[in-house]
Design a protein around this ligand. Sequence first.
Ligand SMILES: Nc1ncnc2c1ncn2[C@@H]1O[C@H](COP(=O)(O)OP(=O)(O)OP(=O)(O)O)[C@@H](O)[C@H]1O
Length: 295
Amino acid sequence: MARTTPPGRCVSSMPSMRRWTRPRLTPSVAEAASASPATIEARGLAAGKGAALAFKHVSFQIAPGSFTALVGPNGAGKTTLFEAILGLIPPRHGEIQVLGETPRRMRRQVAYVPQALALAHDDALIGREFVSAAFQAHRLGLPLPDARRRARAAVEAALETVGASDLASRRLSTLSGGQRQRLLIAQALVNRPRLVLLDEPLSQLDPAARDWIVAVAADLTQRGIAVIFSTHDINPVLRVCDRVLYLAQGRGRIGSVDEIICDETLSELYATPVRVIRDGGRRFVFADAPVSDVG
Ligand SMILES: Nc1ncnc2c1ncn2[C@@H]1O[C@H](COP(=O)(O)OP(=O)(O)OP(=O)(O)O)[C@@H](O)[C@H]1O
């Protein structure tokens, strides 16, 4: 259920991401990305899991290798949108294509990373086993010895990509939330997806762990992987995101940070006067009337 915010209360506040600025794609990755079709194309999309729609009339494009912040209050439909992208729920209206195909057909190209609150079998598994469990050897159609070798290499590469090689031999039950989140991202990478959906990866992490996770996600885009990063608060990803997809009150808008995180767009989305205050590179959203909480 959506929380409400008293009039005038600041509804979004987080320390800024100091260490990371969005790195540009290397020329070869950038060329490949611009030659490829859109990673996602949604037109007039409406979706919901109950009788009511979570959102409707939402249109957007996600480019290969781009970083999109998916922002919105509780219950706005962020997870519902991820489920539509994964083909787990069908659109009620409109259409959505992933890599030029239906979401169901492209599901194996998409990795979904849930929150790291608890991991299954966390006392029985070490990091390497957890990441390895996701490797889909059958996808490569390899004979068993080759598959084992490829699996080992893929797992080590994924651990290295997220800076988690040192967690390979640690039991999951001994890891912090940020370390677990890194292993979840490594697990998502092991089958070399073209799109990674991160569902509120910063919740319950301290600022240093948040910085790490944002840096890991930004690094994926350098490898040509499109990232959609859902978050209640835009500030931790301000410097790395290319675009913001904001869901609220059943509506959605996409654009640059300046186009979306501004008085005009947010007031229109929330259908109530909203003010955005800039302070030291951060943005704080204030509502004059109660609105769903985004902080
Ligand atoms: N299984 C379900 N059956 C019916 N309605 C559902 C179900 N799951 C979610 N909803 C409703 O769908 C709407 C969108 O929920 P969703 O979980 O996608 O929002 P969200 O933006 O991810 O929220 P949060 O930030 O709290 O995780 C909400 O109104 C929610 O109550």
